[in-house]
Design a protein around this ligand. Structure first.
Ligand code: PEP
Ligand code: MG
Length: 576
């Protein structure tokens, strides 16, 4: 492969600037063709495989040493399991045998052995054991990368830019703890849960960078501007200067935005808009607090269930929720019940794997209703946390009245039980529904009386209204809220809620994009829930808007017939 300066690009998923060495992780399904080595090269090939094993073992050991703090336990478990797999005599002797007997290359032997082991795991009945195939793939992926490492002493991954085909949400925190500076994936979308989590961690992420794996080798220097979706391999002097300029501009922008920290979110004609925070980590909570968020508008509890093997029990959940509530010091915390499923599949085997159509499958409130004991336990934990500060409960993936009534009845039953047991909790815990399934948006008048508030999940709503997978970058522009159907639906939902004096927020990523602020204000929205990392930018955008003027322009907006004219409306409505 020819090296030297080259550029490639992808989709900006989490902004940030990074300069580091590439760490390439090959796709799980190794696309390695059958290839033979000469008879006299067999020993050397076996040796090559053995050095790769030694390298990976040493890397994992070094990694284990570096882990400390809260993540150590969780990630340590993964590493222990991976070390066990790596030491499995059958795995390795099988590879040796394939190289010696059949004269296969180490790569091809690795692939055959992976497929053999994978078939054994895939045939298991236990969903937990079946899901261990991911661990096998991670170990095999590490071995494959080690076989191709240019720089033998490249051991740690601190200071590296990870280049991979895909990244799971559960891996991101682990990678950041290991010192990874940025992640580039060849697939994925800016609205995936991995992207949301990356923004929450302030970890630069570029997705859908198709040529990234082809164009990067371990050890290449990569200059990454994740906000621009741009990567320069082996940057020259001019690139490095440009990189420094971009970094400086990024820092300057952050400093300017910081001046808005203490200001209210008020339109230019004096209307106060509520900015809630979508918070997943302790850092998010601290940031939400520091930036003056009204409270937490969305806490995704499924992140407690990701990256862990054992289900968090009531006590563990209670402690997490309690700390969250305490962290908000009197401001309301909205805790969403479990929304596992689709791209948020867990390691506990709770979310089904292998569903033919997971986005339309057993996820969100459906999963909770099918696991009633688990739902009870989660509601108990949330209610107990409500003794420490104001809490609201939000139900994901609601399709209609029955689910809300079922959840309400469960909540009442669980609360009555807690009271009987003499356990402290708030007198009133409002119950709300996510509006993210078209059926719920269309039929909102049929159940709005049964909820205390609603929160519109545009990430899923857009996906389901347009039948466009939120994680499929091949769909390009198709997945966009700038479609007349989406705008009409949003307008109807907001109007219905306002008529009934029911609080309504948008908590999808759309609310966190300052470019959409004029549009959402025009549609009547007065509550936004967004990740704290974009709170100041959205505050700045809202402060520049004249609300009365925008509201007058909603009629023409709703009469527009295509994406291009909606885009033009948005441009004309955006203050200079
Ligand atoms: C949404 O769908 O817009 C939402 C906020 O929920 P999630 O992204 O967790 O699916
Ligand atoms: Mg959703």
């Amino acid at each position: 492969m020819t090296r030297g300066r080259a550029e490639f690009s992808g989709i900006a998923a989490s902004r940030g600037i990074a300069l580091g060495r590439a760490r390439v992780r090959q796709p799980h399904a190794l696309e390695v063709e059958q290839e033979l080595v000469a008879a006299d090269a067999v020993d050397a090939e076996v040796q090559r495989m053995h050095s790769a094993v030694a390298t990976v073992r040493a890397e994992m050991h070094a990694l284990r040493q570096r882990l400390h703090g809260a993540l150590a336990h969780e990630i340590g478990e993964f590493l222990d399991l991976h070390a066990l797999l790596l030491d499995d005599p059958e795995l390795l002797s099988g590879i040796d045998a394939l190289i010696r007997r059949k004269r296969y290359t180490a790569d091809y032997a690795l692939r055959l052995q992976r497929d053999r082991v994978a078939n054994v795991f895939l045939g298991m009945d236990d969903p937990y054991l079946r899901s261990r195939i991911d661990d096998i793939d991670q170990v095999i992926g590490r071995l494959h990368a080690a076989l191709h490492r240019r720089d033998a002493d490249l051991m740690g991954i601190a200071g590296d830019v990870l280049v991979t085909d895909t990244i799971a949400p559960a891996e991101l925190a682990q990678l950041q703890a290991q010192g990874v500076l940025a992640v580039i994936t060849t697939t994925g979308s800016a609205l995936s849960h991995s992207a949301i989590l990356a923004r929450s961690l302030h970890l630069p992420l570029i997705v859908g960078a198709n040529p990234a794996l082809l164009m990067s080798n371990d050890g290449d220097v990569l200059a990454v501007d994740a906000g621009a979706g741009r990567v320069v391999r082996d940057p020259d002097d001019r690139d490095l200067q440009d990189h420094r300029r971009r970094q400086e501009a990024f820092r300057r922008e952050r400093r300017q935005l910081n001046r808005l920290r203490r200001l209210p979110t008020r339109t230019s004609d004096g209307v106060d808009i509520r900015l809630w925070a979508n918070a997943e980590t302790r850092e998010d909570v601290a940031e939400a607090h520091a930036l003056g968020a009204a409270g937490i508008g969305l806490y995704r509890t499924e992140f407690l269930f990701l990256g862990t093997r054992a289900l968090p029990d009531e006590e563990m959940q209670f402690l997490s929720y309690r700390d969250l509530v305490l962290g908000m010091t009197g401001r309301t915390t909205t805790i969403r019940t479990l929304d596992l499923g689709a791209d948020k599949s867990d390691d506990t085997g709770l979310a089904l794997r292998g569903e033919p159509n997971p986005a339309l499958g057993l996820r969100g409130i459906r999963l909770s209703m099918s696991r009633q004991a688990l739902f009870d336990e989660q509601l108990r934990a949330i209610l107990r946390a409500s003794a420490y500060g104001p809490v609201r409960i939000l139900l994901p993936m609601v399709t209609g009245r029955e689910e809300v009534l079922h959840a309400r009845a469960t909540l009442d039953r669980v609360a009555a039980q807690l009271r009987t047991d003499g356990i402290a909790m708030a007198d009133h815990v409002p119950l709300g529904a996510m509006i993210e399934v078209p059926a719920a948006a269309i039929a909102l008048p049929t159940f709005i009386g049964a909820v205390d508030f609603i929160s519109v999940g545009t990430n899923d709503l857009v996906q389901y209204v347009l039948a466009a997978d939120r994680n499929n970058e091949a769909l390009g522009e198709l997945y966009s809220p700038l479609h007349p159907a989406v705008l009409r639906l949003l307008h109807d939902v907001i109007r219905t809620a306002r008529k009934r004096a029911t609080p309504v927020a948008v908590c999808g990523e759309m609310a966190g994009d300052p470019a959409f602020a004029p549009l959402l204000l025009a549609l009547g929205l007065e509550e936004f829930s967004l990740h704290p990392s974009s709170l100041l930018e959205v505050r700045k955008a809202i402060c520049a808007c004249d609300l009365a003027h925008l509201r007058r322009r909603v009629g023409p907006l709703l009469r527009l017939r295509d994406r291009a004219s909606i885009q033009a409306w948005l441009q004309s409505a955006t203050p200079a």
